[in-house]
Design a protein around this ligand. Structure first.
Ligand SMILES: [Zn+2]
Length: 315
């Protein structure tokens, strides 16, 4: 280990979100998983004291580093937001309420991802407890992702530090089509993506070319096979590219039983995956920023807690 990490965590109670009355349970995503993960750490007597940073909301100017202003303007329409959230019925809810309940927490989490990337350079490893909206593109949102927190944070880091090589390791079960479409043709940001190719976004043709290390997996892939494939390919990709920053999109929707993921990775191997990515970065002295992204079971908060405990233990 060339540099000992001093990990930090970015979190706000305002990350928690609840959809409007009558729609609370319509989406699989547990809007309180961040808070519940911290409660699990308390139960396990894992202390993050002195390591938690409160984020500020991303600004319009920062969002425009990645997103078209016309698209950002369209986010004042309830119909557009309902489409992004994949709950058509929400189109009937007043914009202001949708903005407060769904978009404002996403903007705060985007600010948190920006902060995590900034902190990663000193801390070695920095985790934002929300974020990972890897389906959002420059001019549209989809798949529950309105803002590309990942790309906005990377653009700010490139501007502030003149980074020439950023690697996105996207291990959420879904293909990271938004980030890939944004960085297609940009040799300064390259994506390693391992995902179930048989589910949404089904090998998005506008994005597939944006993957440099492409690892499509069939539905049903189990933990040992998953981790074996990752350990066979990730370290070599890092050696080849020599990134100055690794951005890790750590979706836990690879977990067996996830209603959207359709892989069969058990809890121990989800954690083994995280360990592998973190060690691959830390052992080479590459700063790592990490976000939780997707995860749609009632165990998602515990899987996140496992990862947080692992990171806390690096100190
Ligand atoms: Zn996902």
């Amino acid at each position: 280990m060339s540099k000992h990490p001093n990990p930090v965590f970015v979190y706000s109670d305002r990350y928690t979100f609840v959809l409007p009355p009558g729609y609370e349970n319509i989406h699989h995503f547990d809007g309180s998983k961040f808070q519940r993960a911290l409660a699990v750490l308390d139960e396990r007597s894992v202390s993050l004291e002195g390591r938690v940073i409160e984020p500020v909301e991303v600004t319009r100017e920062e969002l425009e580093l990645v997103h078209d202003s016309g698209y950002l303007d369209s986010l004042t329409s309830s119909a557009v937001i309902a489409d992004i959230l994949e709950v058509g019925m929400l189109a009937g809810v007043p914009f202001k309420e949708l903005d407060e309940r769904a978009l404002a927490p996403m903007r705060l989490a985007t600010g948190g991802t920006i902060r995590a990337v900034r902190e990663a350079f000193d801390a070695g490893v920095a985790v934002n407890l929300s974020g990972g909206y890897h389906h959002a593109k420059r001019a549209n949102g989809e798949g529950f992702c309105a803002y590309s927190d990942i790309a906005v944070a990377i653009e700010i880091a490139r501007a502030e530090r003149g980074l020439e090589r950023v690697m996105v390791v996207d291990l959420d079960v879904h293909q990271g089509n938004g980030v890939e479409a944004i960085y297609q043709g940009d040799v300064g940001v390259e994506v390693f993506d391992m995902y179930n190719f048989q589910i949404y976004p089904m090998g998005d043709p506008d994005a597939r070319g944006g993957i440099r290390w492409d690892h499509p997996l069939p539905g049903g892939t189990e933990g040992p096979e998953y981790v074996e494939r990752l350990s066979a390919h990730l370290p070599g990709a890092i050696e080849e590219f020599q990134p100055q920053l690794i951005f890790y999109n750590a979706g836990t929707d690879i977990f067996a039983g996830d209603p959207l993921g359709d892989l069969q990775v058990d809890e121990a191997h989800v954690l083994e995956r995280d360990r592998l990515v973190i060690e691959a970065a830390v052992s080479r002295g590459v700063p790592l920023a990490m976000v939780p992204s997707g995860g749609y079971t009632d165990d998602s908060h515990r899987l996140l807690a496992n990862a947080l405990e692992l990171v806390a233990g690096l100190a």
